[in-house]
Ligand binder design. Structure first.
Ligand code: HH2
Length: 262
């Protein structure tokens, strides 16, 4: 799944694809690089991000969905029902909802649904997140989402532990280590680690029990190697989908991984 952020402020590529032409060009480039899915979003969910009005999010997302949906499977990354309806009408067939609240909208359009775990909201989620048992809590939450999504009629559901969404570096590591348990639920698992803060922290030599910012992290453009390491880990654990910015590099890694595993 290639990430296409039609935003001004996404943490790693904000502003690059806000323009319609640039977004469609990048979408096509990702398809040529081997993406099976393009995930189009019009609002950043980075820690501390501001919100975008529904009208503005629609204006950003829908034309790009329309342009790409005939060429590749498109998912829409939104937590707003109005944007989800419009994007699914425009040709998207998967709803990637970081709020995990829009399963009924996906069902109405016969679309797939990604349920992702997030503790808090993007505004406050990275302010000292705490869990007694992060893997247990996330697993129970996601299993409940799957039950609810199936109950309202969604037939294609994915679960995503929500790396970086209300998680410390240690929480992210525990969840990645526990991917085989999530895979064992039998529900296809989607994993999004690409360029995230914990990669910048650990890649720069930070402690797994430290906080992002304790030491100067690698900047987003320096996180490809760490992103690939975690994507390949997710594949080895049996994840069905990895959500990535660097499609060409990840496809190469996936090809090598696939041949070795075969
Ligand atoms: N991560 C981001 C956004 N959407 N959706 C799912 N299912 N899983 C994720 O891990 C995930 C997601 C954050 O990454 P990005 O879109 O690059 O950044 P921003 O939210 O700043 O646009």
């Amino acid at each position: 799944m290639g990430v296409l952020n039609v935003t001004s402020d996404s943490f790693s590529d904000g502003g690059l694809y806000l323009d319609y032409e640039a977004a469609v060009r990048r979408g096509r480039e990702m398809v040529a690089e081997g993406a099976d899915l393009v995930d189009i979003g019009g609002e950043s969910t980075r820690p501390g991000a501001g919100t975008v009005s529904p009208d503005e999010e629609l204006r950003r997302v829908v034309p790009v969905v329309e342009a790409l949906a005939g060429e590749v499977r498109v998912s829409v990354d939104t937590a707003k029902a109005s944007v989800a309806h419009a994007a699914l009408r425009a040709g998207a067939s998967l709803l990637n909802d970081v709020s995990s609240s829009l399963a009924a909208v996906a069902a109405e359009h016969g679309a797939g649904f990604v349920a992702m775990h997030c503790k808090g909201t993007p505004a406050d989620m990275q302010v000292d997140p705490r869990y007694d048992d992060v893997v247990g809590e996330v697993t129970v939450f996601l299993e409940r989402c799957v039950t609810q999504a199936r109950a309202v009629g969604v037939t294609e559901v994915y679960i995503d532990p929500g790396i970086g969404f209300g998680k410390s570096v240690r929480h992210n590591l525990r969840l990645l280590a526990a991917l085989p348990q999530l895979v064992a639920t039998g529900v296809p698992v989607l994993v999004g680690t690409s360029r995230k803060g914990f990669i910048g922290h650990l890649g720069a030599g930070g402690s797994p029990d430290g906080r992002v910012g304790d030491i100067p992290p690698l900047v987003a453009s320096e996180r490809l190697e760490g992103s690939l390491a975690t994507a390949v880990w997710a594949m080895a654990c049996g994840a069905a989908v990895v959500r990535v910015h660097d499609v060409a590099a990840t496809v190469q890694a996936a090809r090598l991984f696939g041949e070795v595993a075969a």
